[in-house]
Write a protein that binds this ligand. Structure first.
Ligand code: SAH
Ligand code: SF4
Length: 410
């Protein structure tokens, strides 16, 4: 079945390959080795030096987090000058930073404009510190073309894919703000950890967007994040969450070796059709077949099944038992997510006892079933609450433009 879903919107425009500085110089931040080599070739770096020059750039950009070409001390002065004449080290602009009572941080990031009509799309990125890890929840698209009925992101109108550089740059921005670079002086206002160690250890593609509607850029970004001489994240600590884009699940595993999470939320098609409209295209049986065939699946590498707890909708003991039956034979973890309410939501979160009863049934069947503690609720940073303020900011930009025009007319 290939018919377009009635609720599906199409991505309006594609991302530019590189970020850009205010003066429009392309940024080298977040680029893969292949793209860096292409950029260097374009400014005349000889092929014989290429491997070494790219390795130097990867080190300065990803390990040291430099913001100025002059800091690249082992790069010849003439090349540094050439680099800064043609390129920048611009990051996405941080429009706002909110810090929750529980330490969760949410950044609203503005991406460079893609043309005269685009004021620069905004996305959100959330950092969740825990005792044994720091998880960064990254976005793969601006908004989302799917319309899961319980998700705030799905209500956002403006949609486009993020480029690989824009995805990887979210990690760089988080490292900047957390001062997560060895031997670098803190940037002004950065949060300085007290217990040593790295801050960003795990990445989850659970921010805005459907990663498997942007699979090539997600795979390329994972390549940048896991570069062993660059950002050095482990593929086993990168989890891609999908609402179930069945044909892309196997290829994602083969291309990236990343961990997989499935936003399941229902155990029968009629209900999942309502909650996750993509189910009408790829029903549960097909989704489960794709899961069983996921490359590298084993008891040590389980698939996480996310299940949002919606009061009176999907939270009965019978549904918990159906979930257990459905997952039989699949190396799985179940992640119960208390529904995070957002303004205008049509659902409520299940009662705590209901969630616990559900969890117990799943646990008794032999599955680990942690109930995800909601993080950052006070700053709307929890799952499914993300929705950038693009529309609000657009209105503000329009007002400012009108004011300028009015002033010019005087
Ligand atoms: N589009 C991808 C990844 C982003 S959503 C996906 O759907 O998997 C990340 C997770 O948050 C998904 O499991 C999603 O179902 C869940 N989620 C969305 N809205 C939520 C809400 N309001 N409360 C709790 N979880 C929510
Ligand atoms: Fe998109 Fe995921 Fe939200 Fe569904 S749950 S609307 S796929 S971001």
């Amino acid at each position: 079945m290939t018919a377009t879903l009635p609720l599906e919107k199409t991505a309006e425009f594609q991302a530019p390959d590189a970020l850009r500085a205010a003066d429009n110089k392309p940024s080298l931040v977040g680029l893969s080795r292949t793209r860096l080599a292409k950029e260097l070739a374009a400014i005349g770096v000889p092929e014989a030096e290429m491997k070494m020059r790219v390795a130097q750039l990867v080190h300065w950009l990803s390990v040291r987090g430099v913001t100025d070409f002059d800091a690249m001390t082992n790069v010849a002065k003439t090349l540094r000058a050439k680099l800064s004449a043609h390129f920048s080290l611009a990051r996405p602009e941080i429009v706002s930073e909110q810090v929750s009572k529980d330490g969760t941080r949410k950044w609203l990031l503005r991406m460079p404009s893609t043309g005269p009509l685009d004021k620069g799309a905004e996305i959100e990125c959330v950092y969740i510190p825990e005792r044994d890890r720091g998880t960064l929840c990254v976005s793969s698209q601006v908004g989302c073309t799917l319309n899961c009925t319980f998700c705030h992101t799905g209500t956002q109108k403006l949609v486009r894919n993020l480029s690989a550089a824009e995805i990887a740059a979210q990690v760089i921005v988080a490292r900047d703000r957390l001062n997560d670079y060895p031997g670098r002086a803190p940037l002004e206002g950065a949060f300085v950890p007290t217990d040593g160690g790295r801050f960003v250890t795990n990445i989850v593609f659970m921010g805005m967007g459907e990663p498997l509607y942007n699979p090539a850029n997600v795979a390329e970004a994972i390549g940048v994040l896991t570069d062993p001489e660059g950002l050095q994240l482990s593929r086993r600590k990168i989890t891609v969450s999908t609402s179930g884009v069945v044909p892309e699940i196997g290829p994602l595993g083969s291309a990236t070796n990343a961990m997989l999470a499935i936003s399941l939320h229902a155990t029968n098609d009629p209900l999942r059709d309502k909650l996750v409209p993509l189910n009408r295209k790829y029903p549960i049986a097909e989704l489960m077949d794709a899961c069983r065939a996921y490359p590298g699946l084993s008891n040590a590498r389980r698939i996480t099944f996310e299940y949002v707890m919606l009061k009176g909708v999907n939270d009965s003991p019978a549904e918990a038992r159906a979930l257990v039956r459905l997952l039989k034979g699949v190396p799985a973890k179940i992640n119960l997510i208390p529904f995070n309410v957002w303004p205008g939501a049509i659902y409520e979160c299940s009662d705590w006892e209901t969630i616990e009863r559900f969890s117990q049934i799943v646990f008794d069947a032999g599955y680990s079933s942690p109930i995800r503690t909601p993080r950052g609720r006070d700053i709307l940073a929890a799952c499914g609450q993300l929705k950038s303020e693009t529309e609000k900011l657009r209105a503000r930009a329009r007002m400012m433009l009108e004011e300028q025009l009015a002033l010019g007319a005087d």
